[in-house]
Design a protein around this ligand. Structure first.
Ligand SMILES: Cc1cc2nc3c(=O)[nH]c(=O)nc-3n(C[C@H](O)[C@H](O)[C@H](O)COP(=O)(O)OP(=O)(O)OC[C@H]3O[C@@H](n4cnc5c(N)ncnc54)[C@H](O)[C@@H]3O)c2cc1C
Length: 367
């Protein structure tokens, strides 16, 4: 039976970033397994591609710390490896006096988290940046931007591969059996084949499937909720040149239906947040009216006929519909002879945080 020192499960942005970080030391003793035919086929290719600044999350949370350092690391990587990105800047806008107050709270929180260069803008200053956006005040984050997430994943993939890591696509981990001095991973390959291999360390970066795998290894695991986020695209020339977000909803669920611009200049709105029983990527076109109403609060000139159903992504979320904020879980479990790194609830800002998550794991493993 084949043996590996370290096995990473899942080739999304997080598993790839971890593989790229560990491969120079572990070389062919590192295995990255992925159930699809290629990397980045699930949540990592169904998001807004926004490089977040780290404004929203409670001080000292993993989300805050890893987002702030991930933001800097992503811009450095983009510059060093010539990855398409734009530091567009983001406006969080207020439609009521209560929301104005919440912007001040966000400013303080963002500064405590280390998000750089945040500034409160008056309505007139905001209008100078975005003439069509209606707001009483805005929080401006110049270091929020967008990145070609596929190019970033491709970079990590090649870095891992060029350092000698073994990468196996079409390999689904069905079950993890903890044994005395290693884990036995039972897999399903192509054409219904099944096989097993052993590993001393598991790094569980399986996104939507991470909780199931954690449970199969016999670990106490919190419930993961699937929270769908739908997008509508805007046909025509974008009336906006920055990322524009409403003040976040009081419920603590999502960031509100916001406007993002991709690297081709295309404007998209979303994601919203709907809990679902199973991952389901269908876009419900009837949500257009709800989207239009939410967007018109800050963009009253929106021509809602230009909104077209786009795509949906699914967040693996620890926070259930009635729960308060929940952080990423990145925890080391296992026995004296084995290590099981569990990454659970890696929802937004997981793309931004990925390089910092990889650093965190390398540090904890002394690699
Ligand atoms: C709608 C939406 C918008 C978002 N917007 C942003 C944003 O703008 N900025 C930001 O920073 N973050 C954003 N995020 C969050 C970000 O997309 C995720 O945090 C990130 O992509 C998670 O990456 P991952 O590698 O953990 O998971 P995934 O991309 O889901 O990767 C997990 C991989 O594991 C594989 N896998 C699963 N189970 C198995 C198994 N049993 N065997 C083998 N392989 C398996 C899967 O096929 C998959 O490739 C958004 C998320 C959503 C849903």
């Amino acid at each position: 039976m084949e043996k590996f020192e370290v096995t990473i499960i899942g080739a999304g942005i997080v598993g790839l970033a971890v593989a790229a970080r560990l491969a120079p030391k572990l070389k062919e003793n590192l295995l990255l397994v992925e159930r699809h035919e290629s990397f980045g086929q699930e949540t990592s290719s169904r998001n807004s591609e926004v490089i977040h600044a780290g404004i929203y999350y409670p001080e000292n949370s993993l989300k805050a710390r890893l987002c702030v350092s991930g933001n800097r690391r992503i811009y450095q990587l983009c510059q060093k490896y010539d990855i398409a990105h734009r530091r567009l800047g983001k406006l969080i806008v207020a439609s009521s006096s209560a929301e104005e107050t919440s912007l001040i709270e966000l400013l303080k929180r963002g500064r405590r988290n280390g998000a750089a260069n945040l500034k409160l803008l008056s309505a007139a200053e905001s209008r100078a940046l975005e003439p069509q956006v209606k707001t009483r005040a805005a929080l401006f984050s110049p270091d929020s931007g967008i990145v070609d997430s596929h190019a970033l994943m491709r970079l990590f993939y090649h870095q891992a591969k060029d350092s000698g890591a073994v990468i196996a696509f079409h390999t689904e981990i069905a079950e993890i059996k903890p044994l005395d001095s290693f884990f036995q991973l039972n897999c399903a390959g192509q054409d219904q084949t099944s096989f097993s291999f052993n590993t001393k360390t598991v790094i569980n970066c399986a996104g939507l499937d991470a909780a199931r795998l954690s449970r199969s290894a016999g670990l106490t695991t919190p419930a993961i909720h699937y929270a769908k986020g739908t997008y509508f695209s805007y046909s025509g020339i974008s009336p906006l040149s920055h990322l524009v977000y409403p003040a976040p909803p009081q419920s603590g669920h999502g960031l509100g239906i916001h406007a993002t611009i991709d690297l081709g200049g295309r404007l998209r709105f979303g994601p919203d947040l709907q809990y679902c029983v199973q991952p389901d990527y269908q876009v419900d076109a009837t949500r257009r009216l709800q989207f239009a109403a939410a967007i018109k609060r800050y963009l009253p000139t929106l021509d809602s006929r230009r909104l077209a159903p786009d795509m949906a992504g699914i967040r693996p979320r620890l926070q259930g519909p009635d729960d308060p904020f929940s952080d990423f879980i990145i925890r080391q479990e296992g026995t004296a002879a084995t290590v099981f790194f569990n990454l659970l609830g890696i929802e937004s800002p997981g793309l931004t945080a990925a390089p910092a998550i990889a650093d965190e794991i390398a540090t904890r493993l002394n690699l």
